[in-house]
Design a protein around this ligand. Structure first.
Ligand SMILES: Nc1ncnc2c1ncn2[C@@H]1O[C@H](COP(=O)(O)OP(=O)(O)O)[C@@H](O)[C@H]1O
Ligand SMILES: [Mg+2]
Length: 199
């Protein structure tokens, strides 16, 4: 049985970037953000239930989740956030388990879970925790650079996520992502050697 490493980190810390570097080494990658995106894309598997719980207003004309509108709702409404999680989390978990079963020939699996510190059901699937870490200013610069989110939006997300210090306490391994892409590639190569050797 090859190990499953849970990869987590705050918004914009570099989780997807790090996962793609592990992919180049031949690791199996299961990305719960990608699964959530797939479930809520135009006429995706979660759309009918989201429509029945939240109403037509939250579904766009093309049949995809209105992400902007949902994001605003769940920031201000904890109960609504919970209702969305009750729909999505079991579907994400099932899909992740299915993908893991299909990756048994890989040397190890990287399971990307942004909310790993808050998700006991995902913690049960993994043997190690890898945290991608960087400071808040770097997170803000990256996310405002890659999306239409403003600095205030990013600060709101960071405030809702597990605090940096607490997340680091939860880590078995840490990738510090504050310098060049070449620098994190070296850190990934070192971890690849270690994870490949664990059986
Ligand atoms: N070391 C780095 N140097 C420059 N840009 C980076 C670095 N790490 C990540 N980025 C960029 O920052 C943005 C956020 O990274 P991403 O991997 O998408 O974060 P996450 O998946 O954790 O939200 C992306 O546009 C990515 O290309
Ligand atoms: Mg990502």
């Amino acid at each position: 049985m090859n190990i499953i490493v849970g990869l987590t980190g705050g918004i914009g810390s570099g989780k997807s970037t790090v996962a793609s570097l592990f992919l180049e080494h031949g690791a199996g990658i299961v990305d719960t953000d990608e699964i959530a995106h797939y479930l809520t894309q135009a006429d995706g598997p979660a759309i009918a239930r989201i429509r029945s719980v939240f109403g037509d207003d939250f579904i766009m004309d093309d049949g995809a989740l209105n992400r902007e509108k949902m994001r605003r709702l769940i920031f201000s409404d904890v109960a609504a956030k919970k209702r969305l999680e009750v729909i999505l989390h079991p579907m994400i978990l099932e899909s992740a388990k299915t993908q893991i079963l299909q990756m048994q020939s890989k040397p190890y699996i990287i399971l990307v879970v942004p909310l790993l510190p808050e998700s006991p059901s995902f913690q049960k699937l993994i043997q190690r925790v890898l945290v991608v870490d960087c400071d808040e200013d770097t997170q803000i610069a990256r996310v405002t650079g890659r999306s239409r989110m403003t600095e205030a939006d990013v600060r709101d997300v960071i405030a809702q996520q597990t605090p940096r210090k607490k997340r680091l306490q939860f880590a078995d391994d840490v990738i510090l992502n504050e310098s060049s892409l070449g620098n994190i590639a070296e850190q990934v190569t070192a971890l690849h050697e270690r994870y490949s050797a664990i059986r």
